[in-house]
Design a binder for this molecule. Sequence first.
Ligand SMILES: *Cc1c(COP(=O)(O)O)cnc(C)c1O
Length: 223
Amino acid sequence: MSIQSNLDIIKSGLPEHVTLVAVSKTKPVSDLMQAYEAGQRIFGENKIQEMTDKWEEMPKDIQWHMIGHVQSNKVKFMAPYVNLIHGVDSLKLLQEINKQALKNNRTIDCLLQIYIAEEESKFGLDESELNELLTSAEFKELKNIRILGLMGMATFTENKNQIKKEFTHLKSIFDSIKNSDGYGKDSLQRFSTISMGMSGDYQLAITAGSTMVRIGSSIFGGR
Ligand SMILES: *Cc1c(COP(=O)(O)O)cnc(C)c1O
């Protein structure tokens, strides 16, 4: 199957309110260009250096999403162009993103990564850390970032009930923030995105309320 037909099949199955991020990590620019020529404009990468190389080489109407874990000292390399950072999981990182955004005279959109899996290795905030972050005085001072929503990864398992439970948990955290008056409204004005779902579980994620799916291997093949 070609990249184009993989994309067509996936896109035809996505509800209109769900955004597709084509996860192109480790894949060569020639593969990304096939997706580009098929109309895809949002690409997700998990390494800043690799994303920056691709950004330099590829058409400038692409939106680049950083979906991997971000080290503070590398934020500056993507700050001029990155469109959305999915994996933000600390105030310190948010402060660095704000600083680099300011230097580039822009506002950078972010998602806060929430820990929903059972696995020990996954990054992210738990619900009380999220609360603490969003209500802190330091957070309210950050004028060059916007929090567009939340991101999460389910446990890598065959157990669909488990995955569904984890996605539903993320959706309920999202709803409780969205519906609360307790947070400074300004910083959460555009809070509307739930990034969850990958090749193996995106249908479950959409059923549970995802608005943004991150799909790699089903488009580009295995890595
Ligand atoms: C690699 C990756 C994906 C895509 O995974 P596939 O199973 O290839 O669809 C999605 N999200 C994150 C954070 C990833 O690192």
